[in-house]
Design a protein around this ligand. Structure first.
Ligand code: HEM
Length: 420
């Protein structure tokens, strides 16, 4: 991260690093170039092999890790499951999963909330996919597998020169076997659903009902890849964002009080229609989350590779150029944000938002924008509301240490919960 910042300060909003005679990486925090790549000229760019090859070998080729026609076809099939109306049906289940995890808060004792938020976000995705199935044990195994595989992937990315050793020593094989075990476990749950003949209106049902243009359903292999992707894309990012938000609220008592005033007026009953209405009223909670996502965007860099020659203003982007768009740096760029390092949720007041969209990309943009953005916002609003309604939170930690891996994580978030 300091490397990004120092070079942007030294060379401006774009700088290139030549890795070899053929490999060029362009780093950018330019809002114009980011819009150009993600939206205006998105057809000239694809995701990098870091996602479509390295990550895909563990989690398969769902919409996060595929490109081209394969991606387009499946994005069309997955997206309807995330429409607001469909999500409304899931909100009761979401809240139930959240309340269950929050029972693990131990008031009066400093507690690292990061692992707790990890479990919470994982259970919310699990329950939204497989609403009423008895899956707790199988989900803990799946969580263990996905987290172990991510750690392995990070090792491979950080030490590419050791890849041969990881392969030779059987480490990669071991993790590939764990991925296969995860898929078998998911297939059992899917088979149980099919045998039951029950309709649940959860995410799994939506995926089972999705059809290709010729009217056929997704083959099991693809279905399981899409399910796996929802776990991977949906749990860590949300856990990071929730942990950062709680820390920022703990360090800003006046803002936390404002949140408390708002949440104590809203009744979050678990009947889905009321819940959606309640969530819509929690505008200040939403602003706090948006501001936390500005300061600590879990997807802190977004990558693309040019698949044909392109230019933007005076920058040439020959085919094969890898572009790393630093969302973290753009979100903290003093050109666009007044006092960028301050936690100030009022920036996101509906009336003051104006065109901040041009330099605010927590969920990406364009056709590959996060499919779960509303899902994530509803989940996080409910979680923050339920926590602040019950506890006041504080922390003795002065500054949060960040851990920029595949996503931007906090190292630890020790918080003290005091019952109100
Ligand atoms: C705070 C939480 C989240 C953040 C910050 C986040 C951020 C992002 C970003 C930036 C992208 C685009 C990446 C790119 O263009 O290369 C993305 C894609 C994606 N996200 Fe999220 N996400 C979050 C939560 C979720 C949730 C809860 C789900 C599902 C349950 C989800 C599912 C996906 C999927 C499937 C994609 C790939 C979409 C595609 O390429 O078509 N995300 N996310």
């Amino acid at each position: 991260m300091p490397f990004h910042h120092e070079n942007f300060e030294a060379y401006g909003d774009c700088f290139k690093v030549q890795l070899s005679s053929k490999e060029i990486v362009l780093f950018t925090r330019s809002p114009g170039l980011i819009k150009h790549i993600l939206q205006k000229q998105h057809r000239k760019y694809e995701k990098s092999p870091l996602q479509t090859v390295d990550l895909a070998k563990y989690i398969g080729h769902g919409i996060l890790t595929s490109s081209g026609e394969h991606w387009r076809t499946h994005r069309r099939m997955v997206q309807p499951a995330f429409h607001k109306k469909k999500l409304q049906n899931l909100m009761g289940v979401m809240r139930e999963a959240i309340l269950l995890e929050l029972e693990r808060i131990e008031p009066g004792k400093e507690q690292d909330v990061f692992p707790l938020m990890g479990d919470l976000a994982f259970q919310v995705v699990a329950k939204s996919l497989f609403s009423s199935s008895d899956i707790r044990e199988r989900m803990s195994r799946l969580q263990h597998i996905t987290e172990a595989n991510q750690r392995m992937l990070i090792k491979e990315m950080r030490q590419p020169y050791l890849k041969w050793w990881y392969r030779l020593s059987g480490k990669i094989d071991k993790h590939l076997k764990m991925s296969a075990e995860g898929k078998r476990l998911l297939l059992d749950i899917v088979d149980e659903r099919r045998r039951s003949g029950l309709e649940k209106d959860d995410l799994l049902d939506m995926l089972l009902r999705a059809r290709y243009e010729d009217g056929s359903p997704m083959p099991d292999g693809q279905l399981l890849d899409e399910v796996m992707i929802l776990f991977i894309a949906g749990h860590e990012t949300t856990a990071n964002a929730l942990s950062f938000t709680l820390f920022l609220l703990a360090k800003n008592p006046a803002i936390q009080n404002h949140v408390y005033e708002e949440v104590s007026k809203v009744n979050l009953e678990d009947s889905s229609a009321d819940l959606m209405q309640g969530v819509m009223q929690l505008q200040f909670v939403k602003q706090c989350l948006e501001e936390a996502l500005r300061l600590y965007p879990p997807a802190y860099v977004i990558d693309r590779v040019a698949i044909e020659d392109d230019t933007f203003e005076d920058i040439s982007l020959p085919k094969g150029t890898m572009v790393l768009m630093s969302i973290y740096e753009l979100h903290r760029y003093s050109h666009f944000w007044n006092m960028p390092l301050e936690f100030d949720p009022s920036r996101f007041k509906e009336a003051d938002k104006k065109d901040s969209g041009d330099y605010y990309y927590p969920f990406g943009a364009g056709p590959r924008m996060c499919v779960g953005n509303n899902f994530a916002m509803y989940e996080m609003i409910i979680a923050i509301a339920e926590i602040v309604k019950k506890y006041s939170i504080s922390s003795t930690l002065q500054n949060i240490e960040i851990n920029p891996l595949i996503s931007l994580k906090p190292k630890s978030v020790p918080l003290l919960f005091t019952e109100r």
